[in-house]
Design a protein around this ligand. Structure first.
Ligand SMILES: Cc1cc2nc3c(=O)[nH]c(=O)nc-3n(C[C@H](O)[C@H](O)[C@H](O)COP(=O)(O)OP(=O)(O)OC[C@H]3O[C@@H](n4cnc5c(N)ncnc54)[C@H](O)[C@@H]3O)c2cc1C
Length: 416
């Protein structure tokens, strides 16, 4: 490992690989660091299809999808290390970031003009979603269970209860069933499923797996191993209703209750965080509030499609390239993206009329026949429906951004 690079990419998942490939194509001096023993991130453990429809125009499994990126990355001879955990990033000056990296050979310091942070997300644990009871064996996050099954060939259990009906929970229900386990229930807090309708049908209904809507797993019980869970109905304020408890016997609880951007490493560098996304505040170049630190993928915002993750990786690489080429990003007139009616989160937070910018957003509640409006620039996009589980993606052209003063509002309204 040399001591200085134009750009160091942290994380070898789809966002990091896409960023490193694009940066290399743009002629940058790149290093990629991945803490696991293998490249590829989450898709390595995804043997189901649903990857790459937008990017490759083909429905690939996670492993097929990521294999294409790993092959390309390796073919380009990009310098990289696995088993290399980045502990820390410090921004010493505009031009000078220092990363502390733990490897099998010891601790290294690497300097970089820019950093692309693509470290993905962490899964929410039992204590974060209010599950009480015994801390016994048999409670896993979906990612842990998936890695056990699909990377190491070990079944986590036989009688399963899954917490959360987002796409991850739904896909895990099917995966367990196909491997011969009995999925006794998928339990969802909200009155509607969190994942795509296609996944509700293909992963639950086709296999006769019960979905408990407006319910929560409130307690786990067992001696050494999980023996049962208590499932309770919740009211409209999502609070458990006393007297509605039901016991489900099981040996395993799978937590698929949401992801949170994994920011431990760059938080210390002082990046500003958006409480709505849980990720950093960024501009059109996907640069954080610390100049020269860019972010992409699930570390920026939780994406439902890997295609968007790759798009963000490439965009962050273009941002890093502009930074290195011009000695920093130009000081621009930024338009603040303001969340209007039925918009829960939206990135990037600041838009520049120097480039077309893709905005990624999520709504607060499901609605049908709506218009996505940007009133200050007179842009409207008609949508047959919006759902909290499905990201809204829209491109704003630089000429459109230029029409706005200091702010651009994004809102979802009824289609009159
Ligand atoms: C069960 C499941 C099913 C899914 N199904 C689909 C699907 O059907 N279709 C679809 O499009 N998407 C799907 N996804 C989503 C997709 O996998 C993610 O959007 C994508 O993997 C996010 O990519 P990423 O690069 O941001 O993060 P990740 O894939 O999480 O990669 C981040 C990488 O960074 C590394 N890292 C973290 N911290 C450090 C550090 N400090 N130092 C060095 N390295 C570090 C990690 O080890 C990891 O390899 C699914 C996800 C799950 C969990």
């Amino acid at each position: 490992m040399r001591s200085e690079y134009d750009v160091v990419v942290i994380g070898g998942g789809p966002a990091g690989l896409a960023a490193a490939i694009k940066a290399k194509e743009l002629g940058m001096d790149v290093l990629l660091l991945e803490r696991r023993e293998y490249l590829g991130g989450i898709p390595v453990q995804c043997v189901h299809p649903g990857f790459g429809l937008h990017y490759f125009g083909e429905d690939l499994t996670g492993t097929e999808f990521i294999h294409r990126f790993i092959e390309k990355f390796r073919g380009m001879g990009i310098e990289h290390y696995t088993n290399a955990h980045v502990l820390n990033v410090v921004s010493r000056s505009y031009w000078h970031k220092v990363l502390t990296v733990v490897t099998e050979e010891g601790l290294f310091e690497v300097r970089a003009k820019t950093v692309i942070y693509a470290a993905g997300a962490r899964e929410r644990h039992a204590f974060e979603i209010g599950i009480t009871g015994h801390r016994v064996a048999g409670i896993y996050t979906a990612g842990e269970a998936q890695t056990m099954m699909d990377v190491y060939g070990v079944m986590p259990g036989k009688e399963i209860v899954i917490v959360g009906s987002g796409d991850v929970g739904l896909i895990m229900a099917r995966r367990f069933t196909l491997e011969g386990a009995h999925v006794k229930a998928v339990v969802e807090l909200m009155p509607y499923p969190g994942g795509l309708t296609r996944n509700v049908v293909q992963c639950l209904e086709d296999f006769g797996i019960p979905l408990y809507l407006s319910h929560a797993v409130t307690r786990v019980e067992g001696n050494k191993r999980v023996e049962r869970v208590i499932v309770t109905r919740v009211d409209e304020n999502l609070k458990p209703v006393p007297g509605t408890e039901e016991v489900i016997e099981c040996d395993t609880v799978i937590l698929a209750a949401g992801l949170v951007p994994y920011l431990k490493v760059i938080e210390k560098a002082g990046v500003e965080i958006d409480p709505a996304t849980g990720g950093p505040v960024v501009n059109s170049y996907l640069e954080t509030s610390v100049p020269g630190i860019f972010v992409a993928g699930n570390a920026l915002v939780i994406n439902d499609l890997v295609d968007y993750v790759v798009e963000q990786g490439e965009e962050a690489a273009r941002g890093a390239y502009e930074f290195v080429k011009n000695g920093g990003l130009p000081s621009l007139r930024w338009r603040k993206l303001v969340k209007g009616r039925n918009v829960r989160l939206a990135v990037p937070h600041y838009l520049s009329d120097t480039r077309d910018t893709i905005v990624y957003a999520r709504v607060k509640k499901p609605e049908e026949n709506v218009v996505l409006r940007f009133p200050e620039i007179g842009k409207e996009v008609r949508l047959p429906f919006v759902k909290p589980s499905e990201m809204v993606r829209v491109k704003l052209r630089k000429e459109e951004i230029a029409r706005a003063g200091g702010r651009i509002t994004m809102e979802v309204v009824g289609d009159e």
